[in-house]
Design a protein. Structure first.
Length: 148
């Protein structure tokens, strides 16, 4: 098991007294489930950082391309005005965003796998956000309905 030490970064860590919360996601075909996830994560701290998955990472993890490209998906989240900071993830799967922004809390969606992150950063608090009507608000279901 490899653990990572956090480096201090003045520009990305200037909010020293705030409780920083980080979430990750594709955020394609935005729906009420995403809105719920963002709002619940925001309640867990003072400063919400949203990491939007890169197109190539989405393809690798989900075996399909997102409907909207990474820049559009990032802008959708920015336009919601819930997050304090919205960034694109790495082009290769890595923990760089966690190392750079040093969150106190990482909130996970009900369907996100977290094992490798939790083992690599044991000092971070992990909170699993419950689903919001997953029978209705799940991107894969919305994608299927829009194709029919």
């Amino acid at each position: 098991m490899q653990t990572h030490t956090m480096k201090k970064s003045k520009s990305k860590n200037s909010i020293k007294s705030s409780k920083k919360v980080m979430i990750f996601g594709t955020f394609d075909l935005l729906h009420k489930g995403h809105l719920y996830f963002l709002n619940e994560a925001k309640k867990q701290g003072d400063y919400l950082i949203v990491v939007v998955a890169r197109d190539n990472v989405v393809e690798k993890i989900k075996n399909k391309k997102p409907v909207h490209d990474e820049l559009a998906r990032k802008k959708f989240i920015e336009d919601m005005k819930i997050a304090n900071k919205v960034v694109l993830g790495q082009k290769k799967f890595s923990f760089k965003c966690i190392i750079d922004y040093e969150p106190d809390v990482i909130c996970l969606g009900y369907d996100q796998n977290s094992y490798s992150v939790e083992n690599s950063f044991p000092k971070i608090k992990y909170i699993r956000i419950a689903s919001y009507k997953p029978h209705k608000y799940k991107t894969s279901k919305i994608r299927k309905i829009s194709k029919d």
